[in-house]
Design a protein around this ligand. Structure first.
Ligand code: UT7
Length: 329
């Protein structure tokens, strides 16, 4: 066991008040509540107000996590935000969050690994803690997906929602708690399956890119679906083997909320009963990097994840990227 453990000492989330239902989509798209529910498990998703953007959502979630951890915000040594929908292209969303918290001084940066971003962030944070560099790290997954969603594309727009989730990771000596395992992976050749073509240096914003709707998410859903079922299953099996865990040893899987059919298929195949897989996708949709920390906070609030529990996180998304983590809460 490491001398210093990276322990999750606080969780928080923020979901904007405005709710978009499946019936709302029926008013402007060729779709139905029945199709969306049976194909994805999603019923509603939260949408940011016009005056809110990613740093605002991140800040509210962060405040809740800091309160839950019971630490002074001035004791935060590092802020990491996982997002692909940043507040602005420059500077990082983490710097905006730091300003909102009023704690200038500590390091702050963003990471981009799409839906796997939160687990990537946890892996980075863990290294800083077990290496003895920092004592308290604020890690946030935050997305304003609605600003990059093409509401004329029925194959993708019904999936996404806005929100933020945050955790405080703290150094604890000789603890039996902590982030005990993370695995990160990617296959860059899969980028065409899920990307935003314009707005970066490759294809800067122009009248033409706007007219072509190139600033919105392009998703090849069917291809990702197959990849996701296979990867979710592989990641869970691998994490169980690497950590010598059986289905009985794992109290809860907290997966990226991508599609209820994907999760049901992968977890069911491995013998996990539905009560061991935390899903809130019906209420929040897919919030990318925010998905896992929002789910974790809700699971803790509902008493479905408790202190001492062993949980397994699993995610995959654009890149393509995929990742898993095992945590003793
Ligand atoms: O976090 C990572 C990012 N998320 C993902 O990558 C999502 C992964 N993929 C999925 O969740 C699923 O592939 C979707 C939910 C996106 C689509 O479900 P599907 O069962 O794979 O449907 P499909 O794309 O194969 O489409 C089946 C039919 C098509 O019609 P035809 O060609 O059979 O006549 C679509 O045009 O359903 C049609 N369709 C819709 N119909 C009603 C596609 N979107 C809709 C819609 N409403 N919103």
């Amino acid at each position: 066991m490491e001398k210093v453990q990276a322990v999750i000492t606080g969780t928080g989330r923020y979901l904007p008040e405005k709710i978009l239902t499946n019936h709302d989509f029926e008013k402007f798209l060729d779709t139905s509540d029945e199709w969306i529910t049976t194909r994805t498990g999603i019923k509603t998703r939260h949408i940011a107000d016009d005056n809110q953007a990613t740093a605002d959502l991140a800040y509210y979630a962060a405040e809740n996590a800091i309160k839950d951890a019971g630490i002074d915000k001035n004791d935060i040594d590092l802020i990491i935000v996982s997002t692909f929908t940043p507040h602005m292209p420059l500077p990082s969303t983490a710097c905006f969050v730091q300003e909102k918290l009023g704690i200038a001084g500590c390091g702050a940066f963003d990471i981009s690994a799409a839906c796997s971003g939160f687990i990537y962030g946890m892996s980075i944070a863990r290294q800083f803690i077990v290496g003895g560099i920092y004592k308290n790290i604020l890690l946030i997954g935050a997305e304003t997906m609605s600003r990059f969603t093409d509401y004329k594309d029925r194959g993708s727009c019904i999936l996404f929602g806005d929100g933020a989730g945050a955790i405080v990771i703290s150094a604890q000596e000789q603890s039996d708690k902590g982030i005990i395992y993370t695995k990160l992976a990617a296959d860059g050749s899969g980028w065409p399956l899920l990307h935003i073509p314009a707005g970066g240096s490759h294809r800067p914003a122009s009248v033409q890119t706007v007219e072509n709707r190139e600033h919105y998410i392009k998703l090849k859903g069917r291809e990702i679906y197959k990849f996701a079922v296979q990867k979710m299953q592989e990641l869970i099996e691998d994490a169980m083997v690497q950590n010598n865990l059986s289905v009985e040893d794992i109290d809860m899987i907290v997966p990226h909320q991508v599609n209820k059919r994907i999760t049901d298929s992968a977890c069911g195949h491995l013998g996990f009963p539905t009560e061991k897989v935390f899903l809130n996708i019906s209420q929040v949709g897919n919030t990318s990097a925010a998905s896992i920390p929002i789910a974790l906070d809700q699971a803790m609030e509902e008493g479905k994840v408790k202190q001492g529990d062993t949980i397994l996180m699993v995610a995959f998304g654009a890149g393509l990227t995929w990742a898993s983590a095992v945590i003793k809460m």
